[in-house]
Design a protein around this ligand. Structure first.
Ligand code: KG4
Ligand code: ZN
Length: 356
């Protein structure tokens, strides 16, 4: 089975083709074309929804053609089309969904409306064939969640952030330190050149608290206070503060994941894998911390390759393929959803103005 996947929910315009044999838990990427709009948004220090939607509209047709050309396939070889149908910036999501629906209508192909988070969640199956159930730490620009992934479309949320997402904390802290956007990779680069990673005493959010929730806004405020106290920080100050930030984030993620592993094991005795996914999963320092935790707890640790952690079309094509081969097709009347929790039973995050 071959599926075309389209991703347009934030600031990457992406199209990809993936293939799987029968009900194999893993797949092959035939092409994966990603156009980052970074330069369009960088002057504003964040993603501008209207600029993003226009750029998706401008580039998407060409990227779909490019994905087909790189795979050496025509649409006649494609068995279905998947698009991110939420959550995300609604203007962009509509561009991707309408494009996918149009192809499906013209070619008589089945359509899969994919939850962007399900795309991140199932990537570790595409790349590593991870069996269900597994524990998932989803860390991106808009999300920070721990989920028990029991099957395609079957997610149980253990915890979420009560304020900022972890990627958001990276981006905002980077901005405070004058590092630019997006903050994650720039913070990581700065932290690598730190002379004294323990120099700044930053709070470790939620450490030791019951439950599995996260919180990152206090940490960001602590970074601001240190940055202000430094006045005009030198490169060394920035590097040390970025490294201290990594340590605090790592300590918090390890504390939360350790608790979640214990709870997950009790409910799913056959589960033995922690998967980390989403843009922040590209961070090598954090991966190292989580890997060490898993080694200590006798758990397998799986992180998709860097390029498949940040937004891409292959993850959407794969989630669509997993859905379509189970017969889960969506109607062409499916309406895009700006908010779309993976676990509909989970209580809404206990804060106002939450991202989807
Ligand atoms: O999954 P993603 O590409 O888009 C969302 O769905 O949010 O994640 C983007 C987020 C941004 O906040 C970015 O700063 C962060 O992932 N990120 C990183 C790294 N690379 C990207 N954070 C920490 N370290 C990185 N190396
Ligand atoms: Zn994402």
């Amino acid at each position: 089975m071959i599926v075309l996947g389209i991703e347009t929910s934030c600031d990457e315009t992406a199209a990809a083709l993936v293939e799987a044999d029968g009900d194999s838990p893993s797949g092959r990427i035939l092409s994966n074309v990603v156009l980052s709009q970074l330069d369009d948004h960088a002057p504003y220090g964040g993603v501008v929804p209207e600029i993003a939607a226009r750029a998706h509209l401008h580039h998407l047709d060409r990227l779909v053609r490019q994905a087909l050309a790189e795979a050496g396939l025509g649409l006649d070889r494609v068995d279905g089309v998947a698009a991110t149908a939420g959550p995300g910036l609604i203007g962009g999501v509509m561009v991707g969904v309408m494009t996918a629906k149009a192809i499906c209508a013209v070619r008589g192909l089945p359509f899969a409306a994919v939850n962007h988070l399900e795309g991140h969640a199932l990537t570790a199956r595409l790349t590593h064939g991870v069996p269900f159930p597994f524990l998932l730490l989803l860390v991106s620009g808009g999300h920070c969640q721990l989920l028990a992934v029991e099957g395609v479309g079957r997610y149980r949320r253990l915890g979420t952030t009560i304020d900022d997402a972890v990627g958001e904390a990276f981006d905002k802290s980077a901005k405070l330190l004058g590092l630019g956007y997006p903050g994650g990779p720039l913070m990581e680069k700065a932290a690598r050149s730190a002379a004294d990673p323990d120099r700044f005493d930053l709070p470790v959010p939620m450490k030791g608290r019951p439950g599995f929730d996260f919180s990152f806004s206090g940490l960001k405020t602590a970074v601001r206070r240190h940055a202000e106290a430094l006045g005009s920080p030198t490169d060394r100050d920035v590097a040390d503060l970025a490294a201290s930030f990594h340590r605090a984030v790592g300590d918090s993620l390890v504390d939360r994941c350790d608790r979640a592993i214990k709870a997950f094991r009790a409910d799913h005795p056959q589960g033995r894998t922690l998967v980390v996914a989403g843009g922040v999963a590209a961070n090598q320092m954090l991966r190292g911390r989580l890997q060490a935790l898993c080694a200590k707890r006798g758990f397998d640790f799986v992180a998709p390759p860097h390029a498949l952690c940040t937004d891409n079309g292959a993850m959407i094509a794969w989630a669509g393929l997993e859905r379509l081969r189970l017969g889960l097709r969506d109607g062409l009347d499916f309406a895009p959803r700006p908010r779309w929790p993976l676990d509909p039973q989970a209580k809404a995050a206990p804060f106002a103005g939450a991202k989807a």
